[in-house]
Design a protein around this ligand. Structure first.
Ligand code: NDP
Ligand code: PYC
Length: 337
């Protein structure tokens, strides 16, 4: 039987933060990064949990991120809240912009946060969940670096381009989904490689453009978009809205600047927020109560809601601590040195 450790959430946060501060991050950058990494580990989202620490540290050492960046906020009376991450990680930038995004959304019914010039490695669900906690619906998206072939192509051009949506629910966890527009996140391919496991068919092509189930060949070749031409078009939309439209890098450009897929890329992010109460205009009563009909319907059909597994994992981590394998504990000890 493999030995596991149950790590209290607050202690894991302090440990991860200490690792980032030792690597040269400011307190603010380190705290914001650690919050999302520990939240990922707490919620059983391994592809963006503690495994990401190594890549972030490599990016810091390579001088491809400003570890003590102080993001700046630009707010006027328009619907667009701008945050310049100043070359730091996206997480502190998002935290800075959130209160202004929520305020502009309440004032106008909808608003957007544009984050520019950020290094991005993280999952997006913590962001739409934070928006939902404000009683608002949120949609977040960003490009990445070119690792995904457009449908019909055989070499990378698009990023794994995640998109996340959150809807607030009264007296319940929000409805949240968050996924890559590739069949799976690149982090999943890396975790398969580390575990010596073959990929399911249909995830990737090798460097010759032929289907492969080898994680190594997939990492050297191209990942595939989910849903064929449909995922490819959604991924393209993300390149346009959260790349070209916000005056920031699209995935091929981000890769060209970075020159490698082993570091975290620099690009932008777009976050949209909506006030359901303002949109409904009082028609059909409270829109949040109205929405519950759909959630009950989905569950009534025997399906589960996205994030249901994640919230269950969170409840277990809160009760027992975060379960880490012996290998993960060893990795943390090594990173702390
Ligand atoms: P998955 O394919 O695992 O899909 C995740 C989403 O689908 C979750 O909301 C999950 O909920 C939900 N889900 C999974 N199975 C079911 C089911 N049977 N019924 C209902 N809902 C289900 O995720 P990906 O591998 O595509 O992405 C993982 C993460 O990678 C994301 O958080 C994403 O933000 C991140 N990412 C970040 C990138 C970046 O550039 N920063 C790039 C690409 C990805 P649950 O969690 O409860 O299982
Ligand atoms: O898992 O695809 C991914 C990813 C890319 C950048 C951050 N995460």
């Amino acid at each position: 039987m493999t030995e596991t450790t149950f790590f209290p959430i607050a202690e894991l946060f302090e440990l991860v933060k200490e690792i980032f501060v030792s690597a040269g991050c400011s307190d603010g950058q380190a705290a914001a990064i650690s919050r999302v990494i520990v939240a990922g580990e707490r919620d059983g989202c391994k592809s963006h949990g503690i495994y990401r620490i190594e890549g972030c540290l490599r990016t810091i050492r390579a001088g491809k991120v400003v570890p003590d960046a102080v993001p700046t906020l630009g707010v006027d009376d328009s619907a667009i809240v701008r945050v310049d991450a100043k070359g730091g990680f996206s997480n502190a930038a998002f935290e800075l912009g959130l209160p202004a995004l929520a305020a502009r959304t309440r004032a106008l019914g909808l608003a957007a946060m544009v984050i520019n010039n950020c290094t991005h490695f993280s999952a997006l669900w913590p962001e739409v969940e934070a928006i939902a906690e404000e009683g608002l619906a949120g949609l977040a998206m960003c490009p990445s670096y070119a690792t995904v072939a457009p449908a019909g192509g055989r070499t990378p051009l698009l990023g794994t381009n995640p998109m996340a949506f959150g809807w607030p629910r009264e007296n319940n966890h929000p409805y949240v989904f968050d996924f890559a527009t590739s069949v799976a996140a690149r982090g999943e391919i890396e975790l398969h490689r580390r575990a010596g496991k073959a990929l399911p068919e249909g995830w990737a092509l090798d460097a010759n453009g032929e289907p492969t189930t080898s994680p190594e060949q997939a990492l050297a070749g191209a990942m595939l978009p989910f849903g064929g031409h449909k995922g490819s078009a959604i991924s393209t939309m993300i390149e346009l809205l959260a790349g070209a439209m916000i005056g920031d890098a699209m995935s091929q450009e981000a890769l060209d600047v970075l020159g490698t897929t082993s570091l975290a890329p620099n690009h932008g992010e777009l976050i949209l927020a909506f006030d359901p109460q303002k949109f409904s205009g009082g028609r059909k009563g409270n829109p949040l109560a109205h929405a519950e009909i759909l959630f009950e319907g989905i569950m009534g059909h025997g399906a589960r809601l996205p994030s249901q597994r994640r919230f269950a994992a969170r409840a277990k981590s809160i009760a027992d601590g975060i379960e880490l394998s012996a290998a993960e504990m060893a990795q943390l000890r090594e990173l702390r040195q």
